[in-house]
Design a protein around this ligand. Structure first.
Ligand code: ADP
Ligand code: MG
Length: 678
């Protein structure tokens, strides 16, 4: 049994929570079972056993009879155990999922025990039911045995065996149930109410302890890491801010820049994740940070995941910096020969201040004279190893700003990135019109094409996106080509011109096609998801996504973010066939209902669960035993702010009131303090 459920110690038993409780006061009547009944608890006299059926259909059947009718109980496994342990003629309490067999109500492998009348005092009497594996059940070892062990455990321990671990002031302020009571009441609740309070306490504890840990790691990093100091805001920053900024910054942009300033002036290394929805204006935040670095005599590099993006950032930044005395260079795989040499030398002798490029290139070959800031765009999976490689390029590690437009739900970010410094830009620049999103069946393609035509005739541009078929690059390619021909038949040359970008093209081909679209030389961009991130063509107002049921939510949101970037009204059309799974349908409905990336991320989390969300670290940090980051958001918020206050007040947890907490954290570090059950 120990091996099956991974229960080895008292502690494991404590944490093996019941999945439900039997409330003996709630017993149903057999004649009330109908096709809508799901789970039910009934009590009645067990009738004699009968073994029927052959081979795999061989089963033990017995009726349970109450004053209203009879329920068929069936066992396919553990037959001899049932025969040995259950006694016909006795009254039993039975719980399980009901079904119908030959028109009669039936329960297969019910939970069953001798009936004990509810206590006369009229109070709830809640008995725990524990999860057990099928294998154990087949051997007659059900949750009851686990319950017995747990009951024994509780009869032997004292409150001091499960000491409090939450500091007293917090404990009192939040009116928490104490730790011993909480464990006792999750297993053997004295009432429904006590059970709820116990759960709340244990969930809070779980979040709180995790948040304390993350905060301690973050503070430790702040204390122990050395970082270059950007002590002043100088001429470059001010000149740009006052004379060259093309627009007023949003409140969120200003706030994040302040956060970065504070961070980089303190003498420890900044390690900041900046989350901002598509179009929230992260680039300008990056540029202002780079100017801040330059004001303090440091170089900056900005890394993008693709050549197209690097090129685009370079063009954009160069334009913004055209009247400024700073040198900026572009370094990608296709920059070769003399130009490459010039840039490498320029970075070594500090005559080039900013370099924009693709990750691989910058990580591998570049040496800087004085690197102070690294900006990683559109990639939150920028790992520790990659960071370390950049550190090697400087005596004191540069500050790192990771920017991502794939919103992560707040709750997830709090648990998965709680040890990083974290900023959110939750505000779009003013004047944006919301994008209208609709779902259309492929059969309606002709009218969709007509709609696209009216937009193009108004002078706008359109995207057609095809899915990457994971199993086969070849299939994706064929799909795309077919799509291209189809689009071409609706939009024939020479009136209409089409760009196409896909994974099989060389960097140059991609670039040429992209540039033609950017310069409005072509009207339509046909592409696989390679254009997903960051591409900025404000004149494009229509995004048609083919086979949109094949895309994940965050991907759809990213794609949609390619339109709605200018002042004109934009549209996103999600095409699907008529067979769409339930989940896909929900994704599409969500897209039609909202433009808010954070709401979409929440939905994504709900649909897929925390383990699968793109860009999160797959780690134990998300595995909570009682609490759920999806269902217990409010408690998580509370635990987070409480833990922050606690660590801020006492970063080493040396105050008397925090001693219990500190001891608990210590005890959890290595092996836990409980002895093994033998
Ligand atoms: P993202 O956060 O997706 O990287 P960008 O930095 O590409 O967003 O900005 C999107 C567009 O919004 C760009 O055209 C940019 O010039 C513009 N923009 C950014 N900030 C502002 C602002 N405060 N006011 C008006 N337009 C802005
Ligand atoms: Mg961007």
């Amino acid at each position: 049994m120990k091996k099956e459920l991974q229960i080895f110690t008292f502690n494991d038993l404590l944490y093996h929570f019941p999945h439900r409780h039997i409330d003996k006061t709630k017993v149903g009547k057999i004649n009330l079972i109908n096709y809508q009944t799901d789970f039910i608890q009934v009590a009645g006299i067990l009738q004699p056993f009968e073994i029927i059926g052959e081979k795999r259909a061989r089963r033990l059947v017995a009726y349970l009879r109450d004053e209203t009718g009879a329920l068929e109980l069936t066992w396919f496994q553990g037959i001899s155990w049932v025969q040995k342990n259950l006694v016909p003629g006795q009254k039993y309490l039975v719980f399980g999922r009901t079904g119908f067999f030959n028109g009669r109500p039936q329960m297969v492998h019910p939970e069953i025990e001798l009936f004990v009348p509810a206590k006369a005092d009229g109070k709830d009497y809640l008995e725990p039911v524990y999860p057990a594996t099928e294998k154990l059940k087949a051997r007659g070892l059900n949750g009851r045995q686990i319950g017995k062990l747990t009951f024994q455990l509780f009869s032997q321990i004292k409150p001091s065996d499960i000491p409090e671990n939450i500091p007293e002031d917090i404990f009192k302020k939040l009116k928490l149930m104490n730790r011993y009571e909480a464990f006792s009441n999750t297993h053997f609740p004295v009432s429904q109410e006590a059970y709820q309070l116990a759960l709340r306490r244990l969930k809070f504890e779980e979040f709180f302890i995790a948040q304390i840990r993350l905060n301690l790691v973050r503070l430790q990093r702040h204390r122990s890491s050395r970082g270059v100091i950007f002590e002043k805001v100088g001429d470059l920053f001010n000149d740009f801010y006052n004379h060259h900024l093309p627009f007023e910054l949003t409140g969120a942009q200003k706030r994040v820049i302040r956060e970065i300033r504070t961070d980089t002036g303190r003498g420890h290394q900044m390690n900041r994740l900046l989350q901002g929805d598509v179009g929230s204006g992260k680039t300008i935040v990056a540029l202002l940070s780079m100017l801040l670095a330059a004001d303090n005599g440091y170089q900056s590099c900005m890394m993008a995941p693709t050549e197209i993006l690097a090129q685009q950032h370079y063009n954009g930044l160069k334009e913004l910096l055209k009247d400024m005395p700073v040198e900026i260079a572009l370094l990608t795989g296709s920059v070769k020969g003399k130009e490459r040499k010039r840039i490498l030398n320029g970075l070594l002798d500090d005559s080039i201040h900013f370099v924009v490029g693709t990750h691989a290139v910058i990580e591998d070959v570049v040496q800087f004279k004085n690197l102070g800031l690294v900006i990683v765009d559109e990639q939150h999976r920028f790992g520790v190893a990659q960071r370390a490689r950049l550190w090697e390029k400087a005596v004191v590690p540069p500050h790192v700003l990771v920017m991502t437009a794939t919103p992560i739900p707040r709750t997830l970010a709090m648990t998965a990135y709680g040890d990083l410094d974290y900023s959110v830009m939750d505000e779009l620049p003013p004047g944006r019109q919301p994008i209208t999103t609709v779902h259309r069946n492929e059969m309606a393609r002709a009218s969709v094409m007509e709609f696209v035509r009216t937009e193009i005739n108004k002078g706008r541009q359109a995207y057609f996106i095809y899915p990457l078929i994971e199993e086969s690059e070849k299939l994706s390619y064929e799909d795309l080509m077919q799509g291209y021909e189809q689009v071409k038949s609706f939009f024939p040359e020479p009136s209409y011109r089409i760009s196409m970008v896909h994974g099989r093209q060389s960097a140059e081909e991609k670039e040429t096609n992209m540039q033609r679209f950017v310069q409005h030389d072509t009207h339509i961009m046909v592409s696989t998801t390679v254009i997903e991130v960051g591409v900025n063509v404000p004149n494009a107002t229509v995004m048609v996504i083919e086979s949109s049921e094949k895309f994940g939510l965050s991907q759809l949101h990213q794609l949609r973010g390619r339109v709605g970037r200018g002042s004109e009204k934009s549209f996103c059309i999600l095409l699907t066939g008529s067979k769409v799974s339930k989940d896909a349908k929900e994704r599409i409905n969500t897209m039609c209902a909202t433009n808010d990336g954070f709401k979409i991320a929440e939905k994504d989390l709900e649909l897929r669960g925390p383990g699968d969300i793109e860009g999160t670290r797959q780690s134990g940090e998300l595995n909570f035993k009682v609490a759920s980051i999806v269902n217990d958001k409010d408690l998580l918020e509370l635990a987070k702010t409480t833990a922050e206050q606690c660590c801020e007040e006492d970063p080493t947890l040396d105050m008397a009131k925090n001693l219990l907490l500190k001891n608990y954290l210590r005890s959890q570090k290595g092996k836990n303090a409980w002895s093994r059950i033998s």
